[in-house]
Design a protein around this ligand. Structure first.
Ligand code: NGQ
Ligand code: ZN
Length: 458
């Protein structure tokens, strides 16, 4: 049952930390009113400080099931590209039932970490031999079913994948489950939109996989088709993650990936450029100016040896950004945020680098990622305010780590010292999804995940 009201002694609102906050919700799970300095009346009471829930803007759900399988040295030249071969071997076998079981376990871990929405960058479309399923968006719908089971908000981003490298190179065997001609990709997206339409917990955008996997023509065609369906739907793309990708792009067109995209497409607020690791100062400034979101995935970028995002320049230019757990080597919101800062500290040999006007680094990171994540996923989330989704996180006020911490200091402690989860309760769309650190279907979801892994690893 959805709650109709919630009272919190302290809550992070857009104007800052406020006391005695009473929220009411409508039947769809949107926030209908916010009153500060209110009486609780008979509203449910939050057991600790209330935060807006975080968006996880970049996920490949199936990869959760291979976390740890690519950490064994096989070749002195192990790299992103050899990891990708391991990943292709793994993805070759996953069935629709297994994908749903893996995604449910993953999304359960996400809500327990304090994520209240996910952007599922989904390219595992077809059967192992590349034949489409009878229902084109079968696999995409499995991730939606998993999100619904857990109660997580989802922006499904079906991926356009057509080629194996810049300039329209043919795909390899490991990529055949991903491939659609543009026309069939548009059919898949349309069918998906129709099947999930009207559910406030679900949105649909599109994701051209990368400049390696599309041509300028197919990219433009897909964007035109999306415009005909939904003008403001999100568009996500992997970009400039690896130096080899930058070199190959230069060899193909004489421009760098971010430079090319900013020139070729009207990159703006509906866009999310995932990674954007390798940029010149001009590209960094251009991306910030565009109003698009940089989709940063620090634990995956570290795990895959991508390089370091030029965060100091991007912060200087007031660029927008959010975080994603991407390959799911870690499902820890605080780890994503703190590694963004730690990467910079290790290189610059300084401290407190990615700061905002408040000077509170943890709090500043949390607030910026809230705004950027919500923008990238195209749903009304990311703030405790009228008209936004009732997606909130209650921190564990009784935890010793949070003793004598409040306001932005509380967020600094959450981000930098939380390893055991400091998330107590999570409400999504007005429904309690996590209570006292537990999800109602935890056991059943884990059991189904173990069974899927047993079959997959056989
Ligand atoms: C992916 N993941 O699509 O899962 C990619 C690897 C590629 C990341 N880039 C494959 N982290 O980029 O070709
Ligand atoms: Zn990715």
């Amino acid at each position: 049952m959805p709650e109709s009201a919630l009272f919190a002694e302290t809550a992070l609102l857009p104007e800052g930390w406020c006391h005695n906050v009473l929220l009411t919700f409508d039947a769809d799970g949107d926030i209908a009113s916010v009153d500060v300095g209110a009486e609780p009346g008979d509203a449910a009471r939050a057991a600790g400080p209330l935060l807006p829930g975080m968006s996880n803007l970049h996920s490949h759900a199936f990869q959760r099931a291979m976390a740890g399988l690519a950490e064994r040295a096989a070749n002195p030249e192990d790299s992103f590209w050899t990891w990708r071969e391991v990943m292709y071997g793994f993805v070759a076998k996953v069935t629709p039932e297994q994908l749903e079981a893996i995604a449910a376990q993953l999304y359960l871990e996400m809500v327990k970490a304090g994520y209240t929405a996910v952007g599922e960058f989904h390219y595992l479309h077809h059967q192992p031999d590349g034949t489409p399923y009878a229902d084109l968006p079968e696999m995409a719908l499995r991730t939606v079913a998993a999100a619904r089971q857990v109660g997580l908000g989802i922006t499904q981003l079906p991926v356009l994948y057509g080629y194996g490298g810049f300039g329209g190179q043919p795909v390899g065997d490991g990529q055949k489950r991903f491939v659609n001609p543009v026309e069939r990709f548009v059919q898949l997206t349309e069918k998906l939109m129709r099947d999930v339409g009207g559910d406030p917990q679900v949105a649909v955008g599109i994701a051209p996989h990368s400049l390696r996997a599309v041509t300028p023509e197919s990219l433009s065609q897909a964007l035109e088709a999306l415009d005909a369906l939904a003008l403001d739907a999100p568009v996500h793309i992997h970009i400039a993650e690896q130096t080899k990708e930058v070199e190959d792009c230069l060899a193909w067109c004489g421009q760098r990936p971010v430079e090319w995209l900013l020139d070729a497409q009207p990159v703006g607020e509906r866009w999310c450029l995932v990674h954007a690791t390798h940029m010149t100062p001009e590209e960094t400034a251009g991306l910030a100016r565009s109003g698009a979101v940089a989709g940063l995935c620090p634990t995956t970028e570290a795990n895959l040896g991508d390089g370091l995002f030029p965060a100091p320049d991007y912060w200087q230019a007031e660029g927008r950004w959010g975080v994603g757990s991407d390959s799911h080597i870690s499902i820890s919101l605080v780890e994503e945020l703190r590694w963004l800062e730690y990467g910079q500290r290790l290189v610059a040999r300084r401290r407190n680098m990615l700061r905002d006007a408040s000077g509170h680094v943890g709090a500043g990171l949390y607030k910026a990622a809230l705004a950027g994540g919500a923008q990238a996923l195209g749903r009304a989330t990311g703030a405790i305010a009228v008209g936004r989704r009732a997606d909130v996180v209650v921190l564990d006020a009784e935890h010793p780590l949070l003793a004598e911490r409040d306001g932005d200091l509380l967020l600094d402690a959450f981000v930098f010292s939380g390893n055991q989860s400091l998330v107590r309760d999570v409400m999504i769309g007005g429904r309690w999804v996590v209570e006292q650190g537990q999800h109602r279907e935890e056991e059943a979801i884990a059991e189904r995940y173990r069974a899927a892994l047993h079959d997959l690893m056989a």
